[in-house]
Design a binder for this molecule. Structure first.
Ligand SMILES: O=C(O)COP(=O)(O)O
Ligand SMILES: [Mg+2]
Length: 227
C-alpha cells in the first residue's frame, strides 16, 4: 500500500503564482486532498498560515514567524518574544528610518516574536542595530526579519513532530529561501523551487526548474503516493 508523504510547505515564493505574488489557486485542491499531514512553515505572522489552512480546509499545523510561533492543532508554542526585536526597530525608527508598511502595519500587527521590515528600507543600519541587541536579520526576498537567532522553521517542525504523529524522515519540504534551509535539514526529502535563493538551492536535495507554484505542483505530482 502506498501513502502520501507528510508535506512541509513554505508560502511566499513557493505557493505563489509564477509571476511572484498572491497564492496560486491551483495549490488549494492538492493540499486539501493530500492524505497525510501538511505543515505550513512560514515567516509570516501567525494569523496568515492559520487563515490559509482554514480557507483551504485542512487541519491547522503551522510554523509561523520563522519558528517563533508553532501550532500543533492543540497547543501554541512561542520560542522567542517580541521585545528585543521591538527595541531594535524603535532604535531604527529613532535613526530616521521606517518599517515601510504604513501606519496600521498589518504585517507586524499580530506578529508576536519578531518584526518584519519592508525590503525597500536600508538593511545596513538595521543589521548593525540588531547585532548590538544580539539579534539577526534574515532576508527572505519578501521581507527583512529581525529575529532571535534561536527559532527556526526546522526546530518548529521538531516541536510539531513531538506532539502529533508526523514522520519527518518521510516528509517532503518545498521552499524558496534562507528561512527554509532548516526545514530542508529537518525532513527526508527537500526541494527548492527554481526561483529560490542560493542558500535554499544549496541546502535542497533537488533544485526544480519550475518556479513558484509551478515547481511546488510538480513536486506534489511526483511524490504523491510514494511514502
Ligand atoms: O514572511 C516572509 O518574508 C516570507 O514568508 P515565507 O516564509 O512564507 O516565504
Ligand atoms: Mg518563502
Amino acid at each position: 500500500m502506498t501513502a502520501d508523504p507528510p508535506l512541509v510547505l513554505d508560502i511566499d515564493g513557493t505557493l505563489t503564482r509564477p509571476d511572484g505574488w498572491g497564492i496560486d489557486p491551483r495549490v488549494f485542491d492538492p493540499i486539501r486532498d493530500w492524505e497525510a499531514p501538511v505543515v505550513i512553515a512560514t515567516g509570516k505572522a501567525f494569523p496568515y498560515p492559520i487563515a490559509l489552512c482554514h480557507f483551504i480546509g485542512v487541519p491547522e499545523l503551522v510554523v509561523a514567524e520563522n519558528g517563533g510561533v508553532v501550532y500543533t492543532g492543540d497547543d501554541v508554542f512561542f520560542t522567542a518574544d517580541r521585545e528585543a526585536a521591538q527595541a531594535v526597530t524603535e532604535e531604527y525608527r529613532a535613526a530616521g528610518y521606517t518599517l515601510g508598511w504604513g501606519a496600521e502595519d498589518t504585517v507586524n500587527r499580530w506578529r508576536e516574536t519578531e518584526i518584519a521590515v519592508n525590503l525597500e528600507q536600508p538593511i545596513g543600519p538595521l543589521r548593525e542595530i540588531a547585532a548590538k541587541h544580539g539579534l539577526e536579520v534574515i532576508d527572505t526576498g519578501y521581507a527583512y526579519h529581525v529575529k532571535d537567532t534561536t527559532p527556526t522553521k526546522g526546530a518548529g517542525l521538531e516541536t510539531i513532530a513531538d506532539h502529533v504523529p508526523i514522520d519527518l524522515e518521510a516528509a517532503v519540504a518545498v521552499g524558496d529561501s534562507v528561512n527554509d534551509v532548516s526545514s530542508f535539514d529537518a525532513v527526508g526529502r527537500s526541494f527548492a523551487v527554481g526561483n529560490a535563493d542560493e542558500l535554499a538551492k544549496a541546502a535542497a536535495d533537488e533544485v526544480l526548474e519550475d518556479v513558484h507554484a509551478d515547481g511546488t505542483l510538480s513536486v506534489l505530482e511526483r511524490v504523491r503516493g510514494t511514502a
